[in-house]
Write a new protein. Structure first.
Length: 344
């Protein structure tokens, strides 16, 4: 790695020559601007607005713009002549507990390396003192034309420094929290705790940037003349009002299944529907009328059924009477027939 700053750590009367290195690097994919019609590269040129000439880097200085728009030139010599004790020194001003630093103040991170063999002993002394005290050092330093605040701590066997924002650079969270009053039940908190315990810890080294990998795959496929198949992202169901308890239970079960643990009984997520009080009242009022109508219909059906039985039984009786009369006539005819033969 290439050092970006050379100076010393001021630890009381102890001075530790050090070199400053960037501790982080960005892996984000950068794009160039092009002309969409012909694909030509779009470049920015630094041109003086008075004479219209393009300028080189050596011809460009800096100035402060006043409230009225006038520019006040400031040179590097002007800045170097300022009575700034932290121009080339990381001045430690205090040692505090690590949890007293608000993470909102965290900025860029750097590694501090001992510069030369003589600096190895005081460097190691400061490192071991930080380890044993379990504290961090608050320091002031100057970098890139401004004084900054820093926090020194130990990472493995190296002293690292985090740039800190000044307290007045942190905004107050006004109007960010929900304005409506919300009550959370103990049962919901218990399920949230169970979900946190189930998710457990994570190996940060195993996490990776999925979006960057997708962009790299897109670039590789377009460079080869093809497009990768587009995948539709799964629907998350956002915007729906759901049962919070059921959602928490389902989340706990899914987290356990992901970790290979036995899941509890499934809990279905149901949507909360608005109460229909008026509809229920109307249904309650119409229920007695419906019952009375049902009773009347039942009685009418019974009467019609009995009438049908009677009408079905009457033809059988008349048929029986007719058959009896016919039989009597036949018997009378048999009796009169011998008498007629005798008279003949």
């Amino acid at each position: 790695m290439r050092s970006i700053w050379n100076g010393a750590i001021s630890f009381g009367l102890v001075s530790i020559p050090i070199k400053l290195f960037n501790a982080t690097e960005s892996h984000s994919i950068s794009f160039r601007q092009i002309h969409t019609e012909d694909g030509g590269r779009v470049r920015y040129r630094k041109v003086c607005e008075l004479d219209g000439e393009e300028l080189e880097a050596a011809e460009i200085g800096k100035a402060y713009e006043d409230a009225d728009g006038s520019l006040i030139p400031i040179t590097d010599d002007d800045l170097a002549a300022l009575p700034l004790p932290t121009a080339r020194t990381i001045e430690i001003v205090a040692f505090v507990a690590a949890d007293s630093i608000d993470p909102l103040q965290m900025d860029a991170a750097y590694y501090l390396s001992a510069s030369g063999v003589p600096a190895a002993k005081p460097y190691t002394l400061l490192r071991e003192a930080l380890k044993r005290s379990q504290k961090v050092a608050i320091a002031k330093f100057a970098l890139r034309g401004r004084e900054r605040l820093g926090m020194l701590r130990v990472v493995d066997d190296v002293i690292a420094m985090h740039g800190l924002l000044w307290p007045d650079e942190i905004r107050a969270p006004e109007g960010v929290a929900p304005e409506t009053g919300v009550k959370v039940r103990d049962a919901e908190l218990d399920l949230a705790d169970a979900l946190m315990d189930t998710l457990g810890e994570v190996d940060v080294d195993a996490l990776h940037d999925d979006y960057r990998e997708a962009v790299e795959a897109l670039i590789a496929s377009k460079a080869g003349g093809a497009l990768p198949p587009s995948e539709t992202p799964p629907e998350t169901g956002g915007g729906k009002v759901i049962d919070l308890m059921a959602a928490l239970e389902k989340s706990v079960r899914a987290a356990k299944e992901a970790r290979g643990e036995e899941a509890a009984e499934p809990a279905e997520v149901t949507e909360l529907k608005p109460r229909k009080t008026a509809a229920r009242k109307s249904q309650a009022k119409s229920a007695p009328a419906k019952k009375a109508a049902a009773k009347k219909t039942t009685k009418a059906t019974a009467k019609s059924a009995s009438t049908a039985k009677k009408s079905a039984a009457s033809p059988k009786a008349s048929g029986a009477k007719k058959s009896t009369a016919t039989t009597a006539k036949k018997a009378a005819a048999k009796k009169t027939t011998p008498r007629k033969r005798a008279s003949a």
